[in-house]
Structure formats: structure tokens, C-alpha cells
Design a protein around this ligand. Structure first.
Ligand SMILES: O=C(CO)[C@H](O)[C@H](O)COP(=O)(O)O
Length: 226
């Protein structure tokens, strides 16, 4: 079993009967979805799920997990998702999959947000490995890019994985992948991006994680965020 699967199985043990559970997106979240479905079948675990993306919705549907549309949700017990980077203050970078809006809504609306990572995701500052993904209204991208340049940002519109055009999120946003001065405090960058007109959502998840579960060479460590 690899570290992603290990940490996902560990997290799935935290799910109790009656919970409403948010399903993240990505390879680690996929392992979590598979394990939840197994527990539902083999242990009669009774849960309701809500997906963070169309991809995780299809995965959950295929495995027979009961899904609630996000429109009907006012809160949830638990949200479990992966991340691309985790900094020492437990701020996260997410969104290489581009669908950030639902992910951040669920991270904000849950009682507990458990983040699943392996050692490769630990960084000394957000942006160390990846640019910050910023979802923008399509008609606003040039003006947003200009506003972000004034904050010292540099970057471009993301291309789709086929290389045949621009990446478009499930809800029609374009994605600017931007790099900023690493000395800029992440809390400040978070606030600045939140306040930029035309930005739909961005990949900095600041102050949202409750627990980080880190799998490192077959051992799971828990980091509880105070
Ligand atoms: O933020 C995400 C999607 O928007 C993912 O959680 C993140 O990219 C991690 O993916 P993986 O578990 O495949 O490493």
C-alpha cells in the first residue's frame, strides 16, 4: 500500500454513522472515497456525502455512496481532501485540479477539515513547488492579471492538459497560475486575492485545516492545528 492509500484509510476510520462527509478531489481523495464505500458495504456505515467536484461525484456515484447536492447543504461534519503543498503554519495550496470553488466552500462549512498528504507535499512556504492557481471570470482575466502584477505577481493562463487550448473549470472559469514574492506573508496574499475583483477563487487555504494527516514511509503522523 502506498502512503496516499495509507493516509486515506486512516482518515476513513474517523467517519462515524450519521455524518455528512465532504469528498475531496485527486488521487488521495479517491483512495478515501474507495475506503468509505467499502465501509458502507461491509460495515453498514450510514453516511451522506457531498462532492467537491464532478470527478469525485462520478467516483462516489460509481461506488454507490449516497450523495447530497451542495445546494441542499448548510453545514457538514467532515471534509477530507488532499493538498498540493502544506506550509509550517498549516496553510495549504490546492487546486492543481482547478475546481477550487466547491473545495473552499466545503472546507469553510465543515466542523472538521482533515487534509491528507504524503511527505512530498511539505514545503517551507506556499508556492515553493507550484504557482498559485487563481480562478477568474473569463472576461476579467486581463484586468485580474494586471491587478496581480501590481502585487508583484507573474504568471499566465493555464493551458488544458491536451495542450489544445485554455484550461476551463467545471463552472467556466479560467485559471491564472501566478508566482509571488515568497517573502509576501501568506495571510496577506490570501486577503489581497480575496479582495481582487474578478477573482472567483484561489488556491490558498489559510486557517481552514483542522488536522493534517501525513503519511511518511508507511507511518501516519497527525498534526492538529490549534
Ligand atoms: O487540491 C486538489 C485538487 O484541486 C488535490 O487535493 C491536490 O491536487 C492533491 O492531489 P493528489 O491527492 O492527487 O496528490
Amino acid at each position: 500500500m502506498n502512503d496516499k492509500e495509507l493516509v486515506a484509510q486512516h482518515a476513513a476510520k474517523r467517519v462515524k454513522n450519521g455524518m455528512t462527509v465532504g469528498l475531496g478531489t485527486g488521487s488521495t481523495a479517491d483512495y478515501f472515497i474507495v475506503e468509505l464505500a467499502r465501509r458502507q458495504t461491509e460495515e453498514n456505515l450510514a453516511i451522506t456525502c457531498v462532492s467537491s467536484s464532478i470527478v469525485s461525484m462520478l467516483k462516489a456515484q460509481e461506488l454507490g455512496l449516497p450523495l447530497l447536492a451542495i445546494e441542499h447543504l448548510s453545514r457538514l461534519d467532515l471534509y477530507v481532501d488532499g493538498a498540493d503543498e502544506v506550509a509550517p503554519d498549516n496553510s495549504l495550496l490546492k487546486g492543481q485540479g482547478a475546481d477550487l470553488v466547491r473545495e473552499k466552500l466545503l472546507a469553510k462549512a465543515c466542523d472538521q477539515f482533515i487534509v491528507l498528504i504524503d511527505q512530498t507535499k511539505i514545503v517551507d512556504h506556499i508556492g515553493a513547488h507550484f504557482p498559485i492557481p487563481i480562478e477568474v471570470m473569463p472576461f476579467a482575466w486581463q484586468l485580474v492579471q494586471q491587478s496581480l502584477k501590481q502585487l508583484g505577481g507573474q504568471g499566465f493562463l493555464r493551458q488544458n492538459s491536451q495542450g489544445s487550448g485554455l484550461a476551463v473549470s467545471s463552472y467556466g472559469s479560467l485559471v491564472l497560475d501566478m508566482r509571488f514574492d515568497p517573502k509576501l506573508e501568506i495571510a496577506e496574499l490570501d486577503s489581497l486575492l480575496n479582495a481582487t475583483p474578478g477573482v472567483v477563487e484561489h488556491g490558498i487555504f489559510y486557517g481552514l485545516a483542522s488536522t493534517v494527516l501525513l503519511a511518511d514511509n508507511g507511518v501516519v503522523k497527525e498534526i492538529t492545528v490549534s
